[in-house]
Design a protein around this ligand. Structure first.
Ligand code: PLP
Length: 390
C-alpha cells in the first residue's frame, strides 16, 4: 500500500442521529411525560426481542446496569468477584460499588478477553462470580467460563457493554450468562445518549434491578399516575438509576437502523481485515472464529513492537499527523494510579495484559466511514510501520 497524497480527517468515533430517533424524541417531548414510562417499557421490549431473553431493565448507564445486576444478588460483603484488568474502569468500579472485592485475572493474548484458565487459578471460597468483558464486541470464552462457573457454583455476569449484536455459538450473551449488561453511551453501536440495560432469563433478578434503580420504591411515578394512587412502600435500599422516556425514545429510534448499521460495521471491519493481512509481521489482527458473531464496536490491532523502531504512542501520533484519530482500549486497570494503589496491583502479575496494554491501537470504526476511508487509514498505517520497521 503506497501513501496517498490527499490528506483526510478521520475520527475514531462519529455518529449522526437518525431521523427515526429525532421523531421518537419529539413525540416524547410533546407527550407530557418525560421520565420513566411507556417509552422505557417499549425500549425494553425491543431489546428483549433482539437479545432473545424475556426480561430486560433499562437503566441510566452501563455502569449502573453492572452495579445493580451485581447488587441484585444480595449482600456481596466479604465476597470476591473475578474480572479482567483489560477493561474500562467502569467494570471494576461497579464491582466495588456493589461491595465485593475485585480480583483480576490475566487475559488471552489473542482475544484480549479474560482467560478462563487464569480465572480458574483465582477462585477461592469467597469467590461469588466471574465478570467477563466482551472486549470490542468479541464474545468471551463462554464455553469454558460456563463450565468453570458451574463447577464452582459461581454466577456468570457478563459486562457486554460492547457486545450488542454479538453472538457466541448463535446465542446472545444473556442467553449464556446468568445476567448481562449493556451500555448505550454515544460511542456504542446503539445509543440513548446515556443509558444501559440489564438482560436475563431470570425474572426475579430483573425485577430486583428495577426496584433498586428507583430508590427501592415499590412503584414508579408513571405507574402511580396511571393507577390514580399515590402510595408506595420502600422494601429495599435503592439508588437513582432509572432511564427516562426521552433517552429510551432515542434508543427506540436508533434500534430501527440497528441491523443496517451492524452490516455496515461488519463490512468496514472486513475491509480492515482484508487490507491489513499483508501487515501481519507488524500487527496482530482481531481473531475470527466460525462460532462467533462480532459486534465490531471497536477494531483493535496489536502492534508487534519487536519488529518496530517506534512505540505505540508514536504510531498513534504519526497517524494523528496524517489526519487519522486512533485510540487505546484500554490502559490496563493496574496502570491507573488509584486502582494500582487501592487494589495493590502489579503489572508483572498480568503479563499478557501488560504486553497488550502497550501494543493496542483502536482504528476508526463507525457507520459514517466509507471503504475509501478504511483504505486511507490502512495506507497511513502501512506507511508508518514500513518506515519504522526493524
Ligand atoms: C467495558 C465497559 N463496561 C462498562 C461501561 C460503562 O458504560 P456507561 O458509560 O454506559 O456507564 C463501558 C463504557 O464505555 C465499557 O466500555
Amino acid at each position: 500500500m503506497s501513501q496517498r497524497k490527499t490528506k483526510k480527517t478521520i475520527r475514531l468515533f462519529d455518529m449522526k442521529l437518525s431521523s427515526a430517533a429525532k421523531k421518537e424524541v419529539n413525540n416524547v417531548m410533546a407527550s407530557g411525560w418525560l421520565s420513566t414510562g411507556s417509552r422505557v417499557a417499549a425500549f425494553e421490549k425491543e431489546l428483549s426481542k433482539l437479545l432473545n431473553v424475556p426480561y430486560v431493565a433499562a437503566v441510566s448507564s452501563g455502569t449502573a446496569a453492572l452495579h445493580l445486576a451485581l447488587e441484585a444478588y444480595g449482600d456481596l460483603k466479604n465476597t470476591e468477584i473475578i474480572t479482567t484488568p483489560f477493561t474500562f474502569v467502569a467494570t471494576v468500579e461497579a464491582i466495588i460499588m456493589a461491595g465485593a472485592r475485585v480480583v483480576l485475572a490475566d487475559i488471552n493474548s489473542d482475544t484480549l478477553n479474560i482467560s478462563a484458565e487464569a480465572a480458574a487459578r483465582k477462585i477461592r471460597k469467597k469467590t461469588k462470580a466471574i465478570v467477563p468483558v466482551d472486549i470490542a464486541g468479541l464474545p468471551a470464552d463462554y464455553s469454558a467460563l460456563k463450565k468453570l462457573c458451574k463447577a464452582h457454583a459461581l454466577k456468570l455476569i457478563s459486562d457486554s457493554a460492547h457486545a450488542l449484536g454479538s453472538k457466541y455459538q448463535s446465542k446472545t450473551m444473556p442467553e449464556l450468562a446468568d445476567v448481562s449488561v449493556y451500555s448505550f453511551y454515544p460511542t456504542k453501536n446503539v445509543t440513548t445518549a446515556e443509558g444501559g440495560a440489564v438482560a436475563s432469563k431470570n425474572k426475579k433478578l430483573i425485577e430486583k434491578v428495577r426496584l433498586l434503580s428507583r430508590h427501592g420504591l415499590s412503584s414508579n411515578a408513571f405507574q402511580r399516575q396511571k393507577s390514580g394512587g399515590w402510595g408506595y412502600d420502600v422494601p429495599a435500599f435503592g439508588y437513582k438509576a432509572n432511564m427516562s422516556d426521552i433517552h429510551a425514545a432515542l434508543g427506540i429510534g436508533e434500534l430501527k437502523n440497528f441491523e443496517k448499521n451492524q452490516q455496515k460495521r461488519a463490512k468496514l471491519a472486513g475491509r480492515y481485515l482484508q487490507n491489513l493481512i499483508q501487515l501481519s509481521d507488524f500487527i496482530k489482527l482481531p481473531p475470527a472464529a466460525a462460532e462467533i458473531c462480532h459486534s465490531w464496536h471497536l477494531f483493535i490491532i496489536q502492534l508487534n513492537l519487536k519488529r518496530l523502531t517506534i512505540d505505540r504512542n508514536k504510531v498513534i501520533a504519526e497517524m494523528t499527523k496524517l489526519g487519522v484519530q486512533c485510540g487505546v482500549h484500554y490502559q490496563p486497570i493496574f496502570e491507573l494510579s488509584y486502582y494500582r494503589q487501592a487494589l495493590n496491583l502489579k503489572a508483572r502479575d498480568f503479563p499478557n495484559t501488560a504486553k497488550a496494554g502497550k501494543a493496542v491501537v483502536s482504528l476508526p470504526l463507525h457507520t459514517l466511514l466509507t471503504m475509501s476511508d478504511i483504505d486511507y487509514v490502512c495506507e497511513c498505517l502501512s506507511g508508518i510501520l514500513g518506515r519504522n520497521r526493524c
